[in-house]
Design a protein around this ligand. Structure first.
Ligand SMILES: Cc1ncc(COP(=O)(O)O)c(C=O)c1O
Length: 412
């Protein structure tokens, strides 16, 4: 569209590519300089270990690039998504802020829980499409706090049950994710901290800490690439909901203008609020209902606090219908990666991009010898739905299949 800040490339088969005309130097001072403090914190939480970084030649061949490297967040602290990284660090920072000082010296989360015991009864609250709320609920449980989690009305029973399994109370809010965010905000008080991954006027410190917490994922990638002797990525594909994760990606990789990978943000066609904002040249809300199977991306409004970073740092957006991500779920299972519907969106976006045609602006980054990094953010967070997508019959309530078993099951 001439005259608009973003330019459309023709639609094809339920997908659209939008080159971001707002892209430019990433402003400094909006987010904190990348630091390893969150990583040191995460190492003290029980069960920390870096998640795998996998080379997938079969996917690279199909995408027509040199390498596809997949960061696999199928399991993080025993939860099926990367979200605990942000929820845990933001909770800790918010607690320190609430107390006015560090709670004391601690080395394990049990010790931390003992230090904050005098605060009880105390609660954490948030809105969620599923993963963030489960992570906040887990953090609350580890600290001996209550958790009040607010979900939009179309949240699947499987996701609600998963949050409840952390001991949280779950309230279904009439309306969409934005309505759940507004409801959760009402919980803030002397004995309840709201740990939101999205911001609103007057509330942006916690969402910044959420972004900082995600940095662990990128330090791990850097360390894995260096250890394996693999090249730094030429392009990175990231699923986008409110934009916090892609902001963390940009903050980590794109601070040096001439030495940065291209960033591709992927959204569901039905909840493409960041793409719509890029096209409009300002923050806009996309009305619901947001019904994509990519539940983690069913957001109607970008997070204002990360918008200056996201609008400058994303090179192109790809919006996709659910079919694209379902296919990517199966493709990832076939190479041994358990990817949920939201988690597979990054790969799905690249596949759609290849199908539509890589725009000239990305030609240099997504070329035949490029290394492309796919941030695969989630495993089978709703096992029933995941198995349906794989076409696997349900045999009782056994745990989700992993790796090789997923491949075998998908082929059966
Ligand atoms: C699995 C998963 N991937 C990606 C995202 C998108 O992250 P953000 O909302 O920070 O853009 C979410 C958000 O909830 C998610 O749950």
């Amino acid at each position: 569209m001439s005259g608009s800040p973003s330019e459309r490339v023709p639609e094809a088969a339920g997908a659209r590519v939008v080159v971001n005309r707002l892209a430019g130097p990433v402003p400094s001072g909006v987010l904190a300089e990348p630091s390893r403090d969150p990583l040191q914190f995460h190492r003290r939480l029980g069960g920390y270990r870096p998640t795998p970084l996998l080379r997938t030649p079969a996917l690279a061949e199909r995408l027509g690039v040199g390498e596809v490297v997949v960061k696999c967040e199928s399991q993080r602290f025993g939860l099926p998504a990367f979200k605990m990284l942000g929820a845990s660090w933001a909770t800790y920072r918010a607690l320190v802020d609430h107390l006015g000082a560090e709670p004391g010296a601690w080395q394990t989360v049990t010790e931390l829980s003992e230090l904050v015991a005098p605060m009880r009864p105390f609660a954490l609250a948030t809105a969620t499409d599923g993963n963030h709320g489960r992570a906040v609920a887990r953090m609350a449980r580890l600290l001996g706090f209550g958790a009040r989690i607010f979900v939009p009305e179309n949240t699947t029973p499987g996701r609600i049950a998963a949050i409840e399994s952390e001991g949280a109370s779950v309230e279904v809010v009439p309306g969409d994710y934005d309505a759940a965010v507004a409801r959760a905000a009402e919980e803030a008080g002397p004995s309840c901290l709201v740990i939101s991954d999205t911001s609103w006027p007057g509330y942006d410190r916690v969402p910044r800490w959420v972004v900082d917490g995600y940095s662990t994922l990128f330090w791990e990638i850097d360390d894995s690439l260096a250890a394996a002797g693999w090249r730094r990525p030429d392009a990175i594909a990231v699923p986008v909901g409110v934009g916090a994760l892609v902001a963390a990606t940009i903050n980590h990789y794109c601070r040096v203008p001439d030495d940065r990978p291209a960033v591709v943000g992927v959204e569901p066609s039905t909840a493409a609020c960041v793409t719509a904002s890029a096209e409009a040249g300002r923050l806009v809300t996309v009305p619901g209902p947001h019904t994509s199977v990519m539940a983690g991306l069913n957001c109607g409004t970008p997070s204002p606090v990360v918008w200056p970073i996201v609008s400058a740092g994303v090179d192109a957006f790809v919006t996709i219908d659910d079919d694209w991500t379902c296919r990517a779920v199966r493709d990832l299972a076939a190479v041994g990666v358990e990817a949920g519907e939201t988690g597979a969106a990054g790969l799905a976006g690249l596949q759609a991009l290849r199908h539509i045609g890589v725009p000239p602006e990305l030609d240099g980054a997504i070329r035949c010898d490029a290394t492309v990094l796919v941030i695969m953010t989630e495993g089978a967070s709703d096992p029933l739905q995941w198995r349906r997508i794989l076409g696997v019959e349900l045999l009782g309530q056994d745990p989700p299949l992993r790796g090789e078993r997923a491949v075998a099951a998908a082929r059966r």
